[in-house]
Design a protein around this ligand. Structure first.
Ligand code: TXA
Ligand code: MG
Length: 343
């Protein structure tokens, strides 16, 4: 199929292209859409055939559920069997924004959206194009990240086309995604509430309104083989460039020595801005040390660049685990298939 390019930078000026995207969605098609986190691959949540097409286009495992995107609280009520008080409080604080809640699934939501679970993940994006598209289409949109399953999430329309050109009906060409990493996911279907995936809304912020929230083991460590996981997406090797990524845990001096001693042909280093010229191997940087928001915004770009440059092995710096850094760490350790060397 031919993938249509629909340019929408301004929801008023580019209304025609936005309405075309809404029409495609209403007719059961798939559209790559910008959000403030990463690009999503959207379809009508209530259309089982369109939902099946999402899994096929991405090559996504059938047991990995999708997030449903809404533009107002009325839409949420249509998706859940019950809206817990805590969900209302979290929605007031963190929506619209990079924040997803797992809630009890309502009858209208096809099982396939939730991969058979009796829960549904819901998010209200703040990106104006995503928000307006949901509103004008009148549809809650099921949307995973718009990448081929296993590769780094896309933060530009170009990334979406690199992975999915010819496999989806259209892509909206718009601004780069601000946050750069997928949303924070929590479950409110268990007591105490559980952080399943760290993102732009930080654990520190969550603790202010959910003081008893616990961090799921899969956030920091490799889930044990064969054991059930709270968030199926966390069990896959994810966000990976083709290169083998190895994280080196230690200060810059030790990092530099290890890289210099162990570099072979095709070795790169993934380092903080400004460290590049001190190393003997080619480098890709992922933001400044100490600026976790910047690291989040550029990490997936950096992982894609490593592939473009023909990297075979990449030694990476280890991000700090607080604030948005927890999300950067969580993505990078998956790109590294949990391979970390303590220096
Ligand atoms: O920022 C985001 O969340 C982006 C944009 C497009 O909104 N979407 C995204 O979707 O990252 P995806 O499919 O790449 O990741 C969804 C994550 C997966 O880890 C999945 O397992 C988890 O959310 N998830 C979805 N529904 C769930 C449920 N009912 N219970 C537990 N985990 C769920
Ligand atoms: Mg994804």
């Amino acid at each position: 199929m031919q993938t249509e390019r629909l340019t929408v930078f301004d929801v008023e000026k580019d209304k025609e292209a936005l309405l075309r995207a809404a029409e495609i969605l209403q007719n059961g098609g798939l559209v790559g859409i910008p959000t403030e986190t990463v690009y999503g691959l959207a379809a009508n949540t209530f259309d089982e055939k369109a939902v099946a097409d999402i899994f096929a286009a991405k090559g996504r495992p059938q047991d990995n559920p999708l997030i449903v995107h809404v533009s107002d609280m009325e839409m949420v009520k249509d998706l859940v069997s019950e809206l817990p008080e805590k969900a209302v409080i979290c929605a007031e604080k963190f929506w619209p924004g990079p924040f997803t809640m797992v809630l009890p699934r309502g009858e209208k939501v096809p099982k396939s959206v939730s991969a058979g679970l009796d829960t549904v993940a819901v998010r209200m994006p703040s990106n104006p194009v995503a928000h307006e598209l949901i509103k004008v289409s009148g549809l809650p949109l099921a949307a995973p990240s718009a990448n081929l399953s296993g590769s780094p999430s896309p933060t530009t329309a170009e990334h979406v086309l690199f992975d999915l050109d010819g496999r989806i009906d259209a892509v909206i060409v718009s601004d780069k995604c601000d946050v750069g990493l997928e949303s924070t996911v929590i479950s409110l279907c268990c007591e105490p509430p559980r952080l399943l995936r760290p993102g732009g809304v930080t654990l520190e912020q969550l603790k202010e309104i959910l003081p008893d929230i616990v961090v799921d083991k899969a956030v920091l460590a490799q889930p044990e083989k064969g054991k059930p996981v709270a968030s199926p997406g966390m069990k896959y090797k994810h966000y990976s460039p083709k290169a083998r990524v190895i994280m080196l845990d230690g200060d810059f001096e030790k990092f530099k020595k290890y890289v210099d001693d162990n570099a072979i042909d095709g070795t790169f280093a993934l380092v903080y801005e400004g460290e590049e010229h001190e190393l003997s191997v080619p480098c890709v940087s992922f933001g400044h040390k100490g600026d976790e928001a910047e690291q989040a915004a550029v990490l997936f770009d950096a992982l894609r660049e490593l592939d473009n440059l023909g990297c075979k092995v990449c030694f990476a710096r280890v991000p700090k685990k607080s604030g948005v850094g927890l999300a950067v760490y969580n993505r990078l350790i998956r790109a590294a298939a949990f391979e970390v060397i303590s220096l």
